[in-house]
Structure formats: C-alpha cells, structure tokens
Design a protein around this ligand. Structure first.
Ligand code: C2E
Ligand code: MG
Ligand code: MG
Length: 644
C-alpha cells in the first residue's frame, strides 16, 4: 500500500513560506535568528529527503542503492532536527555560558546523534537498523528502537529545558516552544497507528509556524529607525541574563546633545544621525570582534552588550566608539558635533540590578560632567545615592508616619523697618541611615509619589501651630513664608486645604505667605491660576520664588496676583559680571514699577547685604543673618537679635 505524500508537500510549502518571511523581514542577524534558520534548514532537508524516500518507495522501479542512501540520510537529518532545535532554545534563553561550563551537558548532548550516525554507517554492513524486504520495501530492523530512543532523549531534554526556563518566557511563548514537542509526540503516535500517513513533518512545520508567529517577531524587538534591538529587547535580555547569572559588560552611550541637535536640524536629520551612529557602532563592533549585541533605547541612548568571553576587547572598543563619535557626524550637509557619554559597566557589578542599571543609564549625562573620556561605572557610580533614591519613597512614608519631618525657619530681615519681619519655613528630613536628605531630593520624589500633599499639609500645620503659639507673639513677626510645590498648586483642593488649617488654628490669612516657583508660574495651568485667585481673595499673599533661574514668562508672571518676588541666589552672585549687574539693577527697577516687594535670597556677606539694601530691596534673607534653624532656636535667635 502506497504512503500518502501530500502531508510532506504541505509541510514543504509552510517551511518555504517561513524561509521567505525570515529573509524578507531581515531576521538573519543574531544568535537566535541564526539558530532559527538552522532549525528551518534541517526541517526543510528532512522534508525533501522524506519526499524522495517515499517517492522511491511508491515507485515501481527497484532503485535499491538510492533507497538505502535516501532512507539513511533521512533518518540522520531527521534525528538532527531536535538537537538543532535545542540549540535554538539555548540561544533563545541566552544560556550558552551555562552549557559551556557544564561538562555533562557539553559532552553527553551530542552522544545520541553520534550513536545514530554510527548505527547508520554500520547498517551498510549489517542491515540491523533498517533494510529493504523481499518486495524492496523499507523495513525497520531490530536495532531501530535505538533511533527512537535517541530522538526521545532529545525531545525529553528539550522539553525539560523549556520547562526549566519557563519563568523567562511569557506564557504564550512557553506554549509555542512546547508545541513542537507536543506535535512530534502526537505525530509519532499517529504514525505508529496509521503508517500510511506520514504526518510528522507536517506537524513539525506547524509547530515552527507557531513559533515564528509567537516568538520570531522582529517588530517587538527591533527599533525601526536604527534597525538595532530596541529598549524592550534590552530590558528582556538584561533581566534574562540576570536570572541566568550571566556576566556581561555594557558600554553605555548617551548622546547628551541629541535632543538639541534634532531640534536644530529637524526630525529627519535626527533620524539620519541615529542611523549613522548605529552604522558606526556596527562597524566598530565587527572590527573589534567583540561579538557585541547592539541596542538603541531612546533619546539618543545606545547600548553595546558584550559577553564576558570577549572581555579583553571592551576597553579598546569603548575608546574607538568614543573617538569615532566625538569626531562628529555629517548629516544632510550639516556637521553635527556630538557630546557622547561613553561609559563601561560590568554587569552585575557595582551596579547590581536592573533598576540601578536603568537609573544609572538615565542619569549618566545629567549627573556627571562631560570630560570627553571614556568613563567607568566602577569609578563613578554612587551606590549610596542610588540606594537612597530607591528607598526614598519608603523613607518619606516612614517619616510621615513617625513625624520625622522637621520644619526649620530662616529669618528674613526688613531693611525699611530695620527688623526681622518674617521667616521662611524650610522642611528638613534626617534619616537614621542616610542622615540629612536635601529637600531638593525628597520634594521631587514626593511629588511623583503623591506624598507631597500630605507633606504640604504637615508643613502648613506645623507653621500654623507655631504662629498660633505664645512664643510667636513675642517675636513681632508679620507672617511666615511657606513653599508650595508644582503638584500642590495644581491640586484643586489646595484652597480648601489651606483655609481649613488656618481656620483650625484660628489664624488670619495674612499670617502666611505662600511661595510658588517660576516654573509653576510659567506653566499654563488653569487650576493653578484659579487656586491663586481664590486664596488671594481669602487674603493669603503669594511670593514668586527663585526668580531669575528659569525661563521667566514675564507676561504670565505679570498676570498673577503676586506680592513679593524672591531673587534667586544665583542671580544675587553676579558681582563680577558687569552686564549681569545691569540686568539685576533693571530687574529690580522693573519689579518696583510693578509694585512688587523684593526679597534678596542667599545673602551671605555684609557687603552683599548692603549692596541689595542700597538697590532698594525691601527684604534680605541668607546665611549672613542665619541658616534655617529649628523652631526653638529660631525663637531664641529672634528674641536676641530683633532690634528694639
Ligand atoms: P527655596 O525655597 O529657594 O529655599 C531657599 C534655599 O536656599 C534653602 O535650601 C535654604 O537653606 C538655602 N539658603 C538660604 N540662604 C542661603 C545662603 O545664604 N546661602 C546658601 N548657599 N543657601 C541659602 P533648602 O532648605 O535646601 O531648600 C531647597 C528647596 O527645597 C527650597 O528652595 C524649596 O524649593 C524646597 N523646599 C524646602 N522646604 C520645602 C517645603 O516645605 N515644601 C516645598 N514644596 N518645597 C520645599
Ligand atoms: Mg522658598
Ligand atoms: Mg528660593
């Protein structure tokens, strides 16, 4: 009875389509793609050999030699397809380094296929594995079960391998990888029951189709602009490497001025720039033989990931990259000068986990000065700071619960009245482990986590409690300035929150003055403007803090109901710059004309104090008088220093 050949034809079509898709989608680079192509190739060969062998069996002719040759080749190549698929699994799980160091797997894994090869060679002499019967039909010999056992060993090992790394795959991917084994098992049983229907290759090709659909998806992992791996691939690869205890070296490359170059030259040129950088990285990688994987994350950030095996090539590659990028790139006839931060990081090393790595990579061009030299994470990564940033949310939460925040006061001196007339409330956080934590760190963190609203209420309560106290009455102060953050200003409950606290302590609203920063004032936010209006009507006054640091939107500033402007510290220190002095004098003039009162902040010397007093600034604040100090100390200070 003839065997049905059509299943093989179908399998052939599927595999050919898969080949076309692999090449047309340019999925030919990288270990995983190469291993997948090898799997497709062995399957294709097996199918072709199967078709030839079946055709020979079905034909009327004798073709004895051809039958032996093609059946033998078929068995050999067919038996190789699962081991090749296992290589694909190893590439996919990125576990070469484990196989390499595990001598059992390294030497035992090839054994079954070697045995099959030997069986097939010996078969030429003893015909114990397969032979042609009296009718010249292909028949299995007494040693044939050994071939099955070899296949079984690989199937079991492969399935176990997928199972072992189950956690590193999403569930759909896990089942796609398993589908091949299920298909082979199902087909083998069916083929035993119905020998006329050789469906095994068809089932295998369906499994591969499934994998191509679920796993070999470049659109998920490839960056469309640079053709390098994207941020998603980076994150999966780095995390998988960590789970597999793989040691790697990463060259982090941040083009720190990418955004401004793109703004100047346009988006198309920006993309051309990225492509040129990607091309240079690929060329340097090839020349260095570091076999690195290249990634483009975003915002001009590239990553070069090198296996520990090629560790010795890292330094020269990093220097070559730095040198090449620093020399600039010509895009659309524009010579673009880059400011590349190139940094070498062992991973895991001083940077221990994925979050720290991402944090370091994000902050690289912000936290460190540009030197033009290759940087080393070992030398520059501030683990303490990362630990702090990482735990900041918990520290803030804990400080709120245990009332660890403290409000300090910094006196403000009125030149006109020759007395201290107010003070600024400044928040302090002293942690048991990390010590003093600057508000410039914890305020932004609290804004992100939302804790800022509770902190805001806390500060306001503390301040009002102080104002309502008997101590305060003795000080002859008019009001206390309280800082507001962006998030607080944008919250629609701000007015009621402030008024509730004032009411609770039975205070008149003119006892407090709220400070908003220039950034808040210049961002067009309706809620913010409404909040200011409501509170002003209630009698609360406002100051504009840090004036002169940001991009002052004068129009916006002029339209807000502000009573006081606080000149920023940096603005104040411009003595040695004659032009800035002119700006300063005219700014003060302009603000006076707008009928604003002025506080000069950050005044540290008598000379500066006099200078600003001469320039008609009403108020002076700074270390010249006092640093911010705790409530009790502040009371003592004012009592002792308030002119009679
Ligand atoms: P800011 O409101 O501009 O506060 C003035 C900062 O300048 C304070 O830093 C103060 O200690 C410092 N300073 C004052 N005089 C001098 C001086 O003569 N020389 C020098 N070098 N520095 C001086 P601090 O306390 O570290 O606060 C930093 C920023 O954190 C504040 O800037 C403010 O924006 C924010 N902040 C502080 N407390 C709070 C708060 O309770 N709520 C909110 N939302 N923000 C706060
Ligand atoms: Mg302030
Ligand atoms: Mg300020």
């Amino acid at each position: 009875m003839d065997k049905i050949i059509y299943f093989d034809y179908c399998a052939l079509i599927i595999i050919i389509v898969l080949f076309i898709s692999v090449f047309s989608r340019k999925m030919t680079h990288g270990k995983v793609n190469k291993a997948f192509i090898a799997t497709l190739l062995t399957t294709l060969l097996t199918i072709i050999l199967d078709i030839i062998a079946i055709s020979l069996d079905n034909s009327n002719g004798e073709y004895i030699t051809a039958k032996y040759v093609f059946h033998g080749l078929y068995l050999l190549i067919h038996n190789m397809s699962v081991p090749v698929y296992i290589l694909y699994l190893i590439a996919l799980t990125d576990t070469w380094h484990k196989i390499r160091t595990n001598i059992y797997i390294k030497y035992l894994l090839p054994l079954p296929i070697v045995v099959v090869a030997i069986l097939l060679v010996i078969n030429v002499f003893n015909l114990k594995t397969f032979y042609l019967d009296a009718n010249l039909h292909y028949t299995r010999g007494p040693w044939f079960p050994l071939v099955y056992i070899s296949a079984l060993i690989y199937v079991v090992f492969g399935a176990y391998y997928v199972w072992q790394y189950k956690k590193t795959f999403r569930r759909s991917r896990f089942w796609a990888l398993m589908s091949i084994f299920l298909a082979i098992a199902f087909a083998t049983v069916m083929q035993m029951l119905f020998p006329r229907y050789p469906i095994e290759m068809f089932a295998t090709s369906l499994g591969l189709l499934f994998i191509a659909m679920m796993i070999q998806r470049p659109e998920e992992n490839i960056d469309v602009i640079t053709d390098l791996h994207n941020i998603h691939a980076y994150s999966t690869d780095i995390k998988r490497g960590l789970t597999n205890q793989k040691q790697i070296t990463i060259i982090l490359i941040n083009l720190s001025n990418y955004a401004s170059l793109r703004d100047i030259a346009g988006y198309d040129a920006g993309h051309d720039l990225l492509r040129s950088v990607a091309k240079r990285l690929a060329e340097l990688n090839k020349a260095s033989k570091a076999h690195a994987d290249l990634y483009y994350l975003d915002k001009g950030r590239f990553r070069v990931v090198i296996d520990h095996l090629h560790h010795d090539k890292v330094d020269s590659l990093a220097n070559a990259i730095n040198h090449s990028l620093e020399s600039g790139i010509v895009v659309k006839n524009l010579n673009l000068n880059l400011m590349p931060y190139v940094c070498v990081a062992e991973f895991p090393g001083i940077i221990e986990n994925y979050d720290a790595l991402m944090y370091f990579g994000e902050r690289l061009s912000l936290d460190y000065d540009y030197t033009g030299e290759v940087l080393y994470a070992n030398e520059i990564f501030k683990k303490e700071r990362f630990d702090l940033m990482n735990k900041l949310d918990d520290i803030i939460e804990n400080a709120l619960i245990n009332r660890k925040f403290q409000v300090y006061y910094q006196p403000i001196f009125s030149v006109k009245e020759n007395r201290f007339n107010s003070a600024e409330a400044l928040l302090r956080l002293i942690d048991d482990k990390f010590g003093f934590i600057s508000p410039e760190l914890f305020i932004p963190a609290a804004e992100q986590s939302g804790a800022i609203h509770r902190i805001g209420t806390y500060v306001l309560e503390e301040v009002c409690d102080f104002i309502a106290s008997d101590d305060f009455k003795k000080l002859n102060l008019d009001y206390i300035e309280v800082n507001l953050s962006v998030a607080q200003c944008m919250h629609k409950d701000l007015p009621s929150q402030v008024m509730n606290v004032l009411r609770k302590y039975k205070l008149s609203p003119d006892k407090i003055n709220l400070e908003i920063t220039e950034t808040i004032a210049s961002c067009a936010q309706n809620t913010m403007a409404e909040n200011l209006d409501i509170l002003t009507k209630e009698g609360v006054s406002f100051s504009l803090d840090d004036y002169g640091t940001g991009y002052s939107n004068i129009q916006r500033v002029a339209s807000l109901p502000l009573k006081i402007v606080k000149l920023d510290r940096t603005f104040v220190n411009c003595e040695n710059n004659p032009r800035m002095s002119i700006v300063l004098e005219n700014t003060i003039h302009m603000l006076k004309d707008m009928e604003m009162e002025i506080v000069a902040e950050g005044i540290e010397t008598e000379q500066l104090m006099k200078r600003f007093a001469d320039m008609n600034c009403e108020y002076i604040q700074g270390y010249y008088y006092s640093k911010p100090i705790p409530r009790d100390e502040f009371v003592k200070y004012i009592l002792e220093n308030q002119p009679a």
